[in-house]
Design a protein around this ligand. Structure first.
Ligand code: ADP
Ligand code: MG
Length: 345
């Protein structure tokens, strides 16, 4: 965990890719109307903030506490930097025999396999052996050897995971497989944090975990929630404003986390089939009903690239995409349905 925090530390400013427009200003002037904001807290190697409508400060505090408890739980289960997390233990024990996992971990792994099928392997949480090599590369500035990459790739592939929903077991077909849920766990955490607040009686709120955002109920700005998208090449600038009610959004950007090899930035998003860092897209924003969908699909589209990625999103009802290419980062390309969410240019 410390390791990851240090890594991420350098990129904190750009990593907080989405910001809630005017959130704080509004909070100060309208606090008596009953929306409360937690401020940013460090969670899952990034920062989270929760906004919620409540009848009193005490009630807001209990909603916010419930939301953060869910995010902390997901971190305990799914943080692969922690050798004691459930996911790290699973990596060592799901071969050759099947291994029973928690309902939370099963849900995320099962959903991940579905996103792998949908994206024909562009999104794949079995990418773990390759992300291990990427992390080494980030430290050393040296590309892994072709032999190391070949060995890693032999342990990658969602079709090598067998799930048993009745028993909640996971089984690997190959020794040394390693799951990395870094591209979906934050979205899942946002969804269950929101659900926890609803269960406690909250009627409106927003959870933002490192740019994975989901809103429910009427927002503070005239019943709406607004989320700003940053310019991928000038991260201090807000490019567009999204109006998002009962929706989630996530962004994968090439400037958030990267390694540098021979002066060239290497994205932390990998094509699992080639082990190469993705290059074509500078930023991918997905608007979807759930934060888990938005998180997983933003990574999938980053790997698939503009043509195939947008074609995939167009096939999924209720999901929209806004992408910017590395070649022309000032040009926005979006699915037709994305326009309804864009408030201003
Ligand atoms: P972020 O965590 O910055 O929001 P993503 O949601 O795109 O970005 O997740 C990227 C992380 O997911 C990487 O750091 C790595 O751990 C993992 N990953 C990299 N490539 C893939 C892939 N093709 N499929 C699934 N997970 C991936
Ligand atoms: Mg993702």
């Amino acid at each position: 965990m410390t390791n990851k925090l240090q890594n991420v530390g350098k990129y904190i400013a750009p990593a907080v890719f989405l910001c809630v427009l005017g959130g704080l200003m509004w909070y100060q002037s309208h606090q008596h109307h009953g929306y409360y904001n937690s401020g940013y807290r460090s969670v899952m190697g990034t920062f989270a903030q929760v906004t919620v409508a409540a009848a009193s400060e005490e009630q807001a505090h209990s909603f916010i506490t419930a939301a953060f408890a869910e995010m902390d739980k997901v971190n305990r289960i799914m943080n692969d930097w922690d050798p004691n997390s459930e996911i790290s233990q699973l990596t060592q024990t799901a071969y050759p025999e099947p291994k029973v996992v928690s309902p939370e971990l099963f849900e995320v792994i099962a959903a991940s396999v579905e996103y792998s099928k949908l994206s024909e392997g562009a999104f794949d949480i079995t990418v773990g052996p390759e992300t291990q090599l990427w992390r080494q590369m980030q430290k050393t500035g040296q590309k892994p050897s072709p032999e190391a990459l070949t060995t890693a790739r032999a342990k990658v592939g969602y079709e090598k995971v067998t799930l048993n929903p009745a028993e909640k077991t996971v089984q690997f077909a190959v020794e040394g497989m390693k799951l990395d849920v870094g591209a979906i766990a934050k979205g899942y955490a946002v969804d269950i944090a929101m659900e926890a607040m609803r269960t406690q009686g909250a009627v409106a709120g927003m959870v933002d975990l490192g740019g994975n955002v989901r809103c429910f109920g009427p927002g503070p700005a005239g019943g709406n929630w607004y989320i700003g998208l940053r310019d991928p090449r000038h991260t201090e600038k807000t490019l567009i404003k999204l109006r998002l009610n009962e929706m989630a959004v996530a962004t994968s950007g090439d400037y958030e986390r990267y390694a540098v090899v021979d002066g060239q930035p290497q994205s932390h998003i990998l094509n699992p089939k080639t082990s190469e860092s993705v290059k074509e897209l500078a930023s991918v924003t997905i608007i979807a009903p759930t934060a888990m969908q938005a998180d997983a699909l933003s990574t999938a589209v980053s790997v698939l690239g503009k043509e195939k990625g947008l074609a995939l999103i167009e096939k999924i009802p209720g999901v929209e995409a806004i992408v910017m290419t590395s070649a022309q980062p000032d040009q926005r390309i979006e699915t037709p349905g994305a326009k309804q969410f864009i408030e201003m240019d």
